[in-house]
Design a protein around this ligand. Structure first.
Ligand code: 13P
Length: 339
């Protein structure tokens, strides 16, 4: 298959009505933090057992079209000895890989951050592809204050995201482009909208300059929300309208799919907000989910590291996947939580 057909086939498999992605690509320090909440040590075997639980959930492929894995997981095997990427693929779930190496302070720009990992990326893709990865993810983060993010941070992160996306496409790997405007802080929803619009505008400008084919990317945006310490909560209707307004202003209709991150929202909030957006009428792109915490919190709490709880944990994951699948069609309502 030539590269273009390969990218198209992967996009088609990832972007499907009523399906979204499972983000299970927590880095070492992040998964240790999650395990700490259930009093579990982060050993290689515990991490493998947990990812085994997630990926072998019966029926997951009905609502989840792709899974983002961490490098370590890509090389690990399920209980029956099958490599995880093959386990996913056998359930109709496209395996992908987080390729950024995390964020560091942006030099000479106090409070701003930049994501690393471009050096040697083309070479790393050769191995990832051999192991079964068909798409990739790179996350850029933006902190909000009254003066942040700076123009410099907005431009530098856009450029890195675009360079990553170009290197991915050249390798026949579909890039998930993730500019995450963080929820931390006491800012208003209007301030979040202003920052998100500036960030997305710059990201698409950079993608254009770097010759990235928009039909062959997936965008992973954050929702437009008030800061987590802001006193005034916003209604679901307000969040949905503000988010879609910003996306319509900045994201070309040639982008096939948008999959939100959950970014610290509760599982129910992330679901109800997605559903509300999909009820706003015809949108130019498929609008779905790529949740980490909002999909994994219930199964993680049900599991608690006990083999005897695996079934219950898988049911908790399948339930959230099913409800988010409904939300991706605008068909979620809160009474479905009780089923
Ligand atoms: P959350 O849904 O927990 O924000 O994680 C999604 C993700 O992949 C962040 O990079």
């Amino acid at each position: 298959m030539d590269t273009r057909s390969e990218l198209q086939a992967t996009v088609n498999a990832m972007v499907q009505p009523g399906k979204g992605l499972l983000a299970a690509d927590e880095s070492g320090p992040t998964i240790a933090k999650r395990f700490k909440t259930i009093g579990l040590e982060s050993t290689e075997e515990n991490r493998r057992a947990y990812r085994n639980l997630l990926l072998t959930t019966p029926g997951l492929g009905e609502f989840v079209s792709g899974v983002i894995l961490y490098e370590e997981t890509l090389g690990q095997k399920a209980d029956d000895g099958t490599p995880f990427p093959q386990v996913a693929a056998a359930n109709g779930i496209v395996p992908g890989i987080k390729v950024d190496l995390g964020k560091v302070p942006l030099a000479l720009a106090p409070g701003d951050e930049i994501t690393e990992g471009l050096d040697g990326l083309a070479k790393r893709f050769v191995d990832y592809k051999r192991q079964g990865a068909r798409f990739a993810k790179w996350r850029a983060v933006y902190n909000i204050t009254s003066s942040l993010p700076s123009r410099l941070a907005i431009e530098a992160n856009a450029d890195s995201l675009a360079r990553y996306a170009a290197i991915s496409q050249a390798a026949g790997i579909v890039p998930i482009v993730e500019p995450e405007v963080l929820m931390d802080g006491d800012h208003t929803i209007e301030r979040c909208a202003e920052v998100t619009e500036a960030v997305l505008h710059e990201v698409f400008h950079a993608l254009h300059r770097h010759r990235v084919v928009l039909e062959h990317i997936v965008l992973k945006p954050s929702m437009v929300l008030p800061g987590s310490e802001h006193q005034q909560p916003s209604s679901t209707a307000h969040i949905a309208a503000a988010t879609v307004r910003v996306l319509k202003r900045t994201v070309p209709s040639s982008v096939p799919g948008l999959v939100f991150l959950s970014g610290g929202q509760s599982p129910e909030e992330a679901t109800v907000n997605l559903s509300a957006m999909n009820r706003l009428g015809a949108l130019p792109w498929n609008l779905s989910f790529s949740y980490g915490r909002a999909l994994q919190e219930p199964p993680l709490q049900a599991w608690r590291g006990q083999p005897g709880n695996v079934k219950e944990a898988q049911q908790a994951l399948l339930k959230r996947a099913r409800l988010n699948g409904a939300a991706a069609l605008g068909k979620y309502d809160a009474t479905m939580e009780k089923d």
